[in-house]
Design a protein around this ligand. Structure first.
Ligand code: NAD
Length: 251
């Protein structure tokens, strides 16, 4: 029995929709112990981001990027999918949604049991690294060993190109195939659900607008207001795990 009226509306909308698009941000992973960017105490209240250009141009910036990645590694490794991730996985398994479009880089949707092809990563993945020249995959632990041995940012073991976590930094081109699939999801949706995004990072934040322009209903789950609440049909201001878990009927 759902007592919160907004959560009850979301449950009803989910039950009535044949095609749902799911869009997640850092807020879905805070209950797994990974801080988001913009909440009080979030990463950006403590550090500015390293731009792609700086990573390419400066050894100091690269070293700082790697130091930050290694500092966050224990939390990243300890993180397990939470009730919100399980509810996303359940809706996809039921065929209500085809995939999740995520801004997250933590790999927790895959850990919840979704096959990689059903996780559309707009900002890449920080659980591994890749060469910026030849795209060879490198493991974070390997890169840490090189960094600690040489005190230099790691280079590709194959072509000596610069290696970076497999994420999309500010100023780095968006992955075209992922963006195309994300737009297709938004355009096909009857119901577009945003889970834990501040909806201020573009082009990702344009997806709910695209969905609404194509006739979808918009639902936003966030413990704070967002700039798109006014175009949303349903706004649930509660923690994602309990609200979305209740709405989908997943523990
Ligand atoms: P954001 O930090 O800008 O916003 C997170 C939003 O989630 C906030 O509006 C906050 O109010 C809400 N929120 C946090 N915890 C919540 C909870 N338990 N229940 C309900 N709402 C909750 O995140 P964003 O919009 O995804 O943009 C940040 C960018 O930073 C992304 O592009 C992403 O690539 C990157 N990032 C990723 C991770 C991750 O992978 N887990 C973590 C930090 C940053």
């Amino acid at each position: 029995m759902i007592t919160d009226p907004a959560t009850a509306s979301l449950a009803e909308a989910i039950a009535g929709a044949r095609r749902i698009a799911l869009f997640t941000g850092a807020g879905i992973s805070t209950e797994s112990g990974i801080p988001d960017f913009r909440s009080p105490g979030g990463i950006w209240t403590r550090k500015t981001s390293i731009l792609f250009k700086d990573f390419m141009d400066s050894e100091d910036a690269r070293q700082e990027a790697w130091r930050r990645r290694f500092e966050g590694d224990a939390a990243m490794r300890a993180a397990r999918p939470n009730r919100g991730h399980r509810a996303v996985e359940a809706l996809i398994r039921q065929g209500k949604a085809q995939a999740v479009v995520t801004q997250n880089i933590d790999g927790l949707h895959q850990h919840s049991g979704l096959p990689p092809e059903q996780v559309i990563e707009l900002h890449g993945n920080t659980t591994y690294a890749a060469c910026l020249e030849c795209d060879t995959r490198h493991e974070i632990e390997e890169m840490r060993a090189v960094f600690e041995d040489t005190s230099r940012s790691p280079r590709c073991l194959r072509c000596l190109g610069l290696v970076k976590t497999a994420t999309i930094s500010f100023g780095q081109p968006m992955p075209e195939a992922a963006m195309r699939r994300a737009r297709e999801e938004a355009q096909a949706a009857e119901l577009f659900i945003v889970l834990g995004s501040s909806l201020v990072v573009y082009p990702a934040a344009g997806l709910p607008v695209l969905a609404v322009q194509n006739g979808a209903r918009l639902a936003i789950v966030n413990r704070e207001p967002t700039p798109m609440d006014e175009i949303a049909d349903i706004v649930v201001n509660r923690p994602i795990g309990e609200a979305f878990g209740d709405a989908v009927g997943v523990n």
